[in-house]
Design a protein around this ligand. Structure first.
Ligand SMILES: Cc1cc2nc3c(=O)[nH]c(=O)nc-3n(C[C@H](O)[C@H](O)[C@H](O)COP(=O)(O)O)c2cc1C
Length: 191
């Protein structure tokens, strides 16, 4: 089985919904198993996370975009991964990522750029969404990849929407397809 790890932070539950949809998609891929790790409000993960991530074939990163970057809790986790960096323990694992924020743009690309950099520092192999954008006049939040995230998944939760209301249908379906793709690539790479 190819092991997929999803490591994410969510302050108010919106990014958590996205993470669950990524998990669902990854779990639907034949030959893949998934474990989800939620970083807590103090930026910590349960004991044993480093060993578990060392055993993963793919590590998918997720955070809301806060002030044009990942939340500090995610950055605390990222800094703690420097222990794995010293030995390049995550080299050739798949890397992929998702972010969510209130604005359609909202500088989400900065967060994605950080995730790519983190993965490249670890020598990971990047997997994007592989999804064409839904970008005609007829398209909107109910459509797959309506935000045109190709490096990674970019979701929108309007600032007055609860986590029950957003991310919306198109983003959740994009997350499912993205999770499935990451898992399928991980299965292929494992051979
Ligand atoms: C401290 C803070 C900073 C934020 N900065 C941004 C931002 O730079 N761009 C944006 O579009 N939304 C921004 N937002 C909105 C959040 O990204 C949005 O509410 C998101 O859905 C929160 O996800 P969560 O429920 O998983 O924490 C910010 C929210 C907070 C609390």
């Amino acid at each position: 089985m190819a092991k997929i790890a999803i490591v994410y932070f969510s302050g108010y539950g919106h990014t958590a919904k996205l993470a669950e949809a990524v998990e669902k998609g990854a779990a639907s891929a034949a030959g893949a198993s998934v474990e989800i790790f939620r970083i807590d409000g103090e930026g910590n993960l349960p004991d044993g996370w480093m060993e578990k991530l060392a055993a993963a074939d793919a590590i998918v990163y997720g955070s809301p975009t806060y002030m044009g970057g990942p939340a500090w809790q995610f950055k605390k986790f990222a800094d703690a991964t420097s222990k794995a960096w010293f030995t390049q323990a995550w080299k050739d694992k798949i890397g992929a990522a998702f972010t969510n924020s209130a604005s359609v743009n909202g500088d989400k690309a900065m967060t994605m750029s950080y995730f790519v950099t983190l993965a490249m520092q670890h020598g990971q192999i990047w997997v994007g969404t592989g999804l064409m954008p839904s970008n005609t006049k007829a398209h909107g939040p109910d459509d797959v990849n309506w935000t045109a995230g190709q490096t990674g998944l970019l979701a929108v939760s309007p600032s007055d929407a609860s986590a029950e209301e957003a991310p919306r249908k198109g983003d959740l379906e994009t997350a499912r397809l993205f999770g499935k793709r990451v898992a399928e690539v991980a299965v292929k790479l494992r051979g």
